[in-house]
Write a protein that binds this ligand. Structure first.
Ligand SMILES: Nc1ncnc2c1ncn2[C@@H]1O[C@H](COP(=O)(O)OP(=O)(O)OP(=O)(O)O)[C@@H](O)[C@H]1O
Ligand SMILES: [Mg+2]
Length: 355
């Protein structure tokens, strides 16, 4: 039995089995014939995920491959659309990249707090059961991966980061602070910023909320400024690298992004801080605050000084986008691994689907 963590984010789809993890942009595109693919894309193949997949009779390009090669490609910032149109394709491609052919697996995944009630059963249902995915790698080799998902547990997204800090790889509680402390979590993603309180491992409804203050808000400001200057409407998911680099080249001309990025990030951090300080006004007894998510990493230096309370540091060497998915995987081991010692079970208001 393999335990898998799966995080279908608006920005990136992430998956891990504890040893290996894969990340790709949550973009789904039409597959088309690529001529000379051998020489053209091999160099960027590496050990990245295989993003050409056939699922239930349809063929797709995903992530960076769709971004580069699909004439028709879509991504969404709408939760209903993400669930109904893309979640299954993103999830099964991610899983096929990490699961051994023929294996049975159990999956822990998450949803934003505001979508949790509405979508947790659909999400579990679309994952459960037998699946067959045919992957084609960059040199044209095909591989079929069959797997069965026999259990799914859906938890509120930011709890992934809590479990990642609290549990070890075997799913055992190693940081006992979380059993005794009240911890506030700020998970900044691409579309959403989720705020939650984990009060001695209990989920606090009052202290939890999803807002729109994801990194895409800052990206929209940057894209708006770019459109004004260049006339080109840059798709938001094409801005990550440019923002990281501090400049973008459009039709041969370089545009600096440092100043506008700093302005946009400062504004976003201000919004998140005022959300959180308001939401947690009555929870002045929070022991620690954790900033997590890929956006949390990008926003940290702007956000930290504005948050009331003591920060719990997360190792800055790790890719913060993976904090939730690592926690999901550890929680799966905690829930289902019989070899693990019985523990005081953390409860994340979670429900389980079994097949
Ligand atoms: N290597 C990287 N490449 C791209 N973005 C990165 C990278 N490292 C950090 N980031 C930041 O991570 C953000 C995405 O974070 P994350 O993967 O947590 O979002 P998500 O989970 O997909 O979104 P949501 O939680 O809203 O569904 C990007 O907006 C960017 O600011
Ligand atoms: Mg996320």
């Amino acid at each position: 039995m393999e335990y898998i963590g799966l995080d279908i984010g608006f920005g990136f789809t992430k998956v891990t089995n504890g040893n290996e993890s894969k990340v790709f942009k949550s973009v789904v595109g039409e597959a088309n014939e690529i001529q000379f693919q051998d020489s053209l894309i091999k160099a960027v193949g590496g050990d990245g995920p295989v993003l050409h997949a056939e699922i239930e009779g349809s063929t797709y390009f995903l992530g960076e491959l769709a971004e580069r090669q699909s004439a028709v490609r879509s991504f969404t910032l709408d939760q209903n659309q993400l669930m109904s149109r893309y979640a299954k394709t993103l999830a099964l491609t991610a899983l096929a990249n990490i699961v051994e052919d023929g294996n049975a697996i159990r999956v822990v995944t998450g949803l934003p707090i505001n979508a949790y009630r509405r979508h947790k059963d659909d999400l579990a249902q679309l994952l459960m059961g037998k699946h067959c995915v045919r992957l084609t790698n960059v040199v044209g080799e095909e591989r079929e991966v069959n797997f069965t998902i026999d259990r799914v547990r859906v938890i509120p997204q930011p709890f992934g980061s809590v479990f990642n800090l609290m549990l070890n790889d075997l799913g055992k509680v190693t940081d006992r602070r979380f059993l005794e402390e009240k911890v506030g979590i700020i998970d900044v993603g691409f579309r959403t910023a989720d705020y939650t309180i984990c009060d001695r491992t209990q989920y606090s409804e009052r202290g939890s909320r999803t807002s729109d203050a994801g990194i895409s808000q800052a990206f929209k400001i940057i894209a708006g400024a770019l459109q004004e200057k260049s006339g080109v409407n840059v798709e938001l998911y094409r801005l990550y690298e440019a923002v990281e680099r501090g400049s973008i080249k459009i039709r041969g001309k370089n545009f600096g992004l440092k100043r506008i990025t700093e302005q946009a990030m400062t504004q976003l951090a201000g919004q998140i801080a005022s959300d959180v300080n308001g939401l947690w006004a009555d929870d002045w007894d929070i022991d620690h605050v954790v900033i997590t998510g890929g956006g949390g990493g990008a926003l940290k230096t702007f956000l930290e000084p504005l948050i009331e309370g003591e920060m719990l540091a997360i190792e800055s060497s790790t890719d913060m986008r993976l904090n939730n998915v690592f926690g999901y995987r550890k929680y799966a081991a905690h829930l289902w691994d019989r070899a693990g010692q019985p523990q005081a079970a953390p409860e994340a208001g979670a429900e389980e689907a079994t097949g």
